[in-house]
Design a protein around this ligand. Structure first.
Ligand code: M6R
Length: 604
């Protein structure tokens, strides 16, 4: 989603800003721009499309300004055009914005009455002109910001240049995250620390309502009430993860291949495979005596929760509900203090998940996170974080973060289980997991293209599964949609006859997930129902699960290594990831940055 970088210091700013934007590009964007300030004039360059376009425009331009702001935009208000790209400006103010201003229309109306003209369709331009208006009313920049804060509704992180103030970037935050980094040659701002890791190790995370400025060697802040406030810098070593594809054609392929290692790392953070014991990180959780678990997340993180529910209920015996954050935050569910509220998020910056967390926190119920990015907003706000050790996930489609979330959920279920003595079997099963996942990654990478060729020709398809494979059917459909742009639905196989079976015809493929579980025969009955209506069937099947006669119902089958019911959802996950990957490839789509999507969804 949108990204912000800003710099003020002793070095020319433009090249630092572009490098920062490159680091943020994984979040997804459709236009970009920078503005520097020199001799009271803004020098602004913007471009639609990839950063390369912006770089082409900047090529050959000498720009010695040592202060500037930059932005990658993911369209919300208005199409992805150069005119809508940030920074937005007038002769006094230039600014970049992440978030959404909910009362932009009424503010725009007021400004139009004052004679302001608008060249974009964005909510952000409203902020630029509103600040201009306040300056013309005699306010100084700091007063104008305070006034702005009282007026704006919605979410915003802002980096602002005032033409009259040559050495300061003004900043302000409500809802959307903003971080200040202290570097050797100056101060930086960023929408996340990842953009700044190359130059900074000391970071200060702004609190909601904070506003102020950065200068070369200084940060000055005021809180929401307008009182000066101190926010401390903390040492954060942003692991400058290798953002290279390491020979893979796409980050997604690299990240699928990293899963055996990620699983090993995440499981061993929580489980001791030597002693079959639970590690310290969980100790605090175990002693709380929770009666229930409420999981909240979005997209793939939500689906990890859907699978985790089976383990938390089956292994730990805790009734578990799972809700998408965008519903949970408005559903007025009673918040109970004997429930563990567990928020799952790769980025830790998803706006809906953060808002849902705030609601629970306000009541004082215990909150935990399964989160991949240390120091992210969610990590900082919850009572306890269970980290997933997936490393930076660059592909917009979540792969290794999902399997790492599953590992954390499985480990959590073991930790919360009433009788640890009965857990040995689970440890044995999990110990074999990385090796089985490795085999699956290698095998299905070779075999999935065969089926993907067929799937790429269709415009609709269905994934079906039961029990723990039901959430994987949902995840398969989500992956397929976001990567291949083919309409895909996931269903619990038993639900077919309650409606979706009406869709079945010769051009509508169904992908059935089947393992050696007690419900296999029931799923096979559903497979028969599809076959009887002429629907082409594809199987993702654990080796040995089907007889030759049962195999005959399928047009094609991808066999996964034979394994237990506990482990098969992990292997099925790999299979649906590769299927979506290759279907997208056949259709010529941008695999790492699918259209319209953002990696980190920081607006509601
Ligand atoms: O960073 P989060 O885990 O909170 O993100 C949640 C969803 O936006 C994310 O999982 C999304 O659904 C992915 N693109 C799925 O591949």
């Amino acid at each position: 989603m949108c990204g912000i970088v800003g710099y003020v210091g002793s070095e020319p700013a433009a090249h630092l800003l572009i490098e920062g934007l490159e680091k943020l590009s994984y979040r997804g964007y459709d236009s970009s721009g920078i503005a520097t300030l020199h001799n009271r004039h803004f020098h602004r360059v913007r471009a639609k499309g990839k950063l390369e376009k912006l770089k082409e425009k900047l090529e050959g331009q000498e720009n010695l300004a040592t202060i500037g702001i930059a932005h990658t935009r993911w369209a919300t208000h208005g199409m992805p055009t150069e005119a809508n790209a940030h920074p937005h400006q007038n002769d006094k103010v230039s600014l970049v914005h992440n978030g959404i201003i909910e009362n932009a229309d009424s503010l725009k109306k007021m400004l139009l009455q004052q004679g302001y003209e608008f060249e974009s369709e964005t909510d952000t331009e409203v902020i630029a002109h509103l600040l201009h208006y306040h300056l013309t009313q005699g306010l100084n920049p700091q007063q104008a910001l305070q006034k702005l804060q009282e007026t704006l509704r919605g979410a915003y992180a802002l980096g602002i240049l005032f033409a009259q103030d040559l050495n300061r970037i003004y900043i302000m935050r409500h809802g959307s995250p903003l971080v200040v980094g202290r570097g050797e040659t100056g101060h930086f701002i960023g929408s996340d620390a990842l953009a700044l890791g190359e130059w900074c190790q000391q970071f200060c995370y702004l609190e909601n309502g904070d506003f102020g400025w950065i200068e070369q060697g200084r940060l000055s802040l005021w809180n929401e009430a307008g009182e000066p406030c101190e926010r401390s810098f903390q040492h954060v070593s942003v692991v400058s993860e290798n953002q290279s594809k390491e020979g893979y054609p796409y980050f997604m392929a690299k990240e699928i291949h990293e899963q055996p290692q990620v699983i090993r790392q995440t499981l061993s953070a929580y489980l001791d495979f030597e002693t079959f014991g639970i590690k310290e990180d969980f100790a605090a959780l175990k002693s709380q005596g929770y009666k229930r678990v409420q999981i909240v997340g979005c997209g793939t993180a939500f689906l990890a929760g859907r699978l985790g529910k089976y383990w938390l209920e089956g292994i730990a015996g805790l009734p578990t509900s799972v809700e998408i954050a965008s519903e949970f935050r408005y559903c007025q569910k009673p918040i109970e203090t004997d429930t563990l509220y567990l928020f799952i998020s790769q980025s830790g910056e998803t706006a809906d998940t953060l808002a849902a967390h705030e609601i629970v926190k306000a009541v004082g119920a215990p909150t935990g996170a399964i989160v991949n990015v240390p120091h992210s907003t969610l990590d900082r706000e919850v009572d306890l974080s269970l980290y997933t050790y997936a490393g930076a996930e660059i592909g917009v489609a979540s792969t290794k973060a999902f399997t790492a979330q599953l590992c954390a959920l499985y480990a959590l279920s073991l930790c919360l289980a009433p009788d640890h003595k009965k857990l040995k079997e689970h440890f044995e099963v999990l110990k074999s997991l990385p090796g089985l996942v490795q085999q699956t990654v290698d095998r299905i990478e070779k075999e999935a293209p065969r089926i993907a060729m067929d799937l790429a020709k269709t415009e609709d398809m269905l994934f079906i599964g039961r029990h723990t494979l039901y959430p994987i059917a949902l995840e398969g459909a989500l992956k397929m949609k976001e990567l291949s742009y083919v309409h895909a639905e996931g269903y619990g196989a038993g639900e077919l006859k309650h409606g979706p079976i009406a869709l079945i015809h010769a051009g509508f493929p169904t992908i059935a997930l089947l393992d050696e579980s007690a419900l296999k025969e029931k799923t096979l009955s559903n497979v028969q129902e599809v076959q009887a209506r002429g629907g082409p069937l594809y199987g993702l099947v654990s080796e040995g699960a089907l007889t030759a006669e049962q195999e005959a119902s399928f047009k094609d089958i991808l066999y996964l290594p034979k394994t237990s019911e506990e482990v098969s959802p992990f292997l099925m996950t790999i299979a649906v990831q590769w299927l979506a990957y290759f279907t997208a490839m056949v259709r010529g789509n941008d695999i790492d940055q699918p259209r319209n999507l953002a990696k980190s969804v920081t607006v509601e």
